[in-house]
Design a protein around this ligand. Structure first.
Ligand code: NAD
Length: 543
């Protein structure tokens, strides 16, 4: 019985723990890292709440020490993929009918479990499995994930509160129904929080989900599933199927009950998903909602009036944190010639101090890139730059995959503004700088606008307020998340809703009501209290 209008707890951003020497969180994390390194996890497929072991297993390894296995995971095959869809469809009526406040309670509890009881566990899994340092793991798998859950619950309430006006004698209502069918969630390797959000946001709005995690982030994904279960999520609401993307995609995207795709990952994969959906458009019961946040070629534009040290620091943090494997990572930078000598010096000084190595040594700022494929792609860009007349590698460039997939923070100077590393997403610790003549501001802004197909994040550095306003207007469509005198990474849920346009995605802003709205199909209800009993209108009388 719900004879009350409940008030939900106010959302807040989870405070970031600093893991300083001597702190209890550092001791707990170190102990958990040791435990997971000495353990061997067997990650199953999870369908209708049941662990399924298919026997088709892959190793889970540490990117910074690929001889070190953390365990194995089972790959879903055709039977499991079909079973996951069936489970999602079977769970639907019960889940749809559950009071939304009860759904809210599940995800609020999951947020507290993640940020209290299991923070060391989920951070350690993200560190070891995805090669993040302690701070990067904390802001991702503990803080951002808890923030997504707590803020989304609040946004759900706001959406449901949105109701139409009613005239005399009638009552108008809007019911925010879940979509008809299941949601296909596909998550990338680089953020545990994104994985948790992609699967949970549609579920929060009353949908059921089939979730395919990235093969290089299965461990943290599995722990998220365990936490959702402990928080009370009913069986079948989210079904977890690690496996081959192309096989899973082929089956789910041709299913009549596909109601939506919640994707974050590369632009190429997203375009394939969209194309396949188009090919099957006659098959579906409804038009699937397609939400995808994809690649980026994120920039910093430095104006001659900028503070050089601040701009250089933003470049170092923006380009090299998590080895540049953030969709928002700064990977191209435009610098006026007058500031170049000072900027080059500050950049060099800071990069010289960066330590690279395994995540278990907390003094390392940079760890390994995710896998051999990524390593080879990034190394290919560096090698071509080393041999190109249009570019010069001025800092870093060393790489070694013998033990872990290590690539030194690398800076390339582009002699041509459209050199490939100024235009293409590399997704590694590589920053390319183009030095522009101070008096060529407008032409350089045109270059920035037109060089890359992406429009995810961008930052400007300038002190002159008139210039700030001008740049903001000139660069309107170059970034969905725009920063003034700040690095282009580190969006916080509830503060800077995240997403880009052009080839960077559908810009449905993860961690905002805009995203949650996509998982609803509103029903408008009009009720007339005293309906008319005569079809004739007054104007029909002649006298
Ligand atoms: P990816 O595109 O390789 O993989 C994403 C997911 O799709 C994974 O689960 C993968 O297994 C699956 N997949 C791959 N091929 C598939 C296919 N043919 N059919 C169905 N599924 C398939 O991306 P990634 O390497 O894991 O992540 C890095 C990318 O994600 C970068 O491009 C980055 O910019 C982007 N990203 C974007 C955002 C954003 O908010 N815009 C955030 C994080 C990452």
């Amino acid at each position: 019985m719900t004879n009350s209008v409940y008030t939900l707890p106010a959302p807040y951003n989870e405070p970031v723990k600093d893991y300083a020497p001597g702190s209890p969180e550092r001791a707990a994390l170190k102990a958990e890292l040791t435990r997971q390194l000495n353990d061997s996890v067997e990650v199953p497929v999870i369908i209708n709440g049941q662990a399924v072991r298919t026997g088709n297993v892959r190793e889970i390894v540490c990117p910074h020490d690929h001889s070190r296995a953390l365990g194995t995971f089972h790959m879903a095959g055709e039977d499991e993929i079909h079973a996951a869809i069936d489970a999602a469809m079977a769970a639907k009526p019960f889940w749809e009918a559950m009071d939304w406040q009860e759904r809210a309670a599940i995800f609020l509890k999951a947020a507290d479990l993640m940020s209290q009881k299991y923070t060391a566990k989920i951070n350690a899994a993200t560190m070891l499995g995805q090669s993040k340092n302690a701070f990067q793991a904390e802001i991702d798998s503990t803080c951002e994930l808890a923030d997504f859950l707590r803020f989304n619950v609040k946004f759900m309430e706001e959406i449901y509160t949105g109701q139409p006006r009613s005239g005399r004698g009638i009552w108008n209502r809007t019911e925010y129904r879940p979509l008809e069918g299941f949601i296909f969630a596909l998550s990338p390797f680089n953020f545990t929080a994104i994985a948790g959000n992609l699967s949970s946001a549609p579920a929060m709005m009353g949908n059921t989900v089939v979730w395919k995690p990235a093969s290089t982030a299965v461990l943290s994904g599995y722990f998220i599933m365990e936490i959702f279960k402990e928080a009370g999520l009913p069986d079948g609401v989210i079904n977890f199927i690690p496996g081959r993307g192309s096989q899973i995609g082929r089956i789910l995207l041709s299913h009549r009950d596909l109601a939506g795709i919640h994707f974050t990952g590369s632009t190429g994969v997203f375009q394939t998903l969209w194309q396949k959906t188009g090919e099957h458009i006659d098959t579906y019961t409804s038009y699937p909602r397609i939400v995808g946040e994809t690649g980026g070629k994120d920039y910093i534009f430095v104006h001659p009036s900028a503070d050089v040290t601040q701009a250089a620091t933003a470049a170092v943090r923006g380009a090299f944190e998590y080895q540049g494997q953030k969709c928002s990572a700064c990977s191209r930078l435009y610098l006026p010639k007058s500031l170049w000598p000072a900027f080059e010096e500050r950049l060099g000084e800071q990069i010289k101090e960066i330590k690279m190595g395994p995540v278990t040594d907390f003094s390392n700022f940079v760890n390994a890139v995710i896998d051999e494929k990524a390593f080879d792609t990034i190394a290919g860009y560096i090698e071509r730059a080393e041999n190109s007349e249009d570019a010069e590698v001025i800092i870093g460039g060393e790489r070694d995959k013998s033990r872990g997939y290590y690539i030194q923070p690398t800076v390339i100077l582009a002699k041509e503004p459209d050199y490939e590393t100024m235009a293409e997403e590399i997704f590694g610790p590589v920053l390319t700088i183009f030095v522009y003549p101070d008096d060529d501001l407008e032409a350089t802004l045109d270059l920035l606008d037109s060089t890359s197909a992406y429009a995810l994040t961008g930052a400007i550095f300038a002190r002159d307020r008139g210039v700030v306003n001008h740049l903001m207007a000139r660069l309107t469509h170059t970034a969905g998340n725009f920063y003034i005198n700040d690095k282009p990474t580190g969006a916080v849920v509830g503060q800077q809703p995240f997403g880009g346009s052009r080839k960077s995605g559908t810009n449905d802003k993860a961690g905002s009501p805009l995203n949650l709205l996509r998982w609803t199909s509103p029903r408008t209800i009009k009720e007339t209290f005293v309906p008319p009993e005569d079809f004739r209108y007054p104007f029909m009388d002649e006298s």
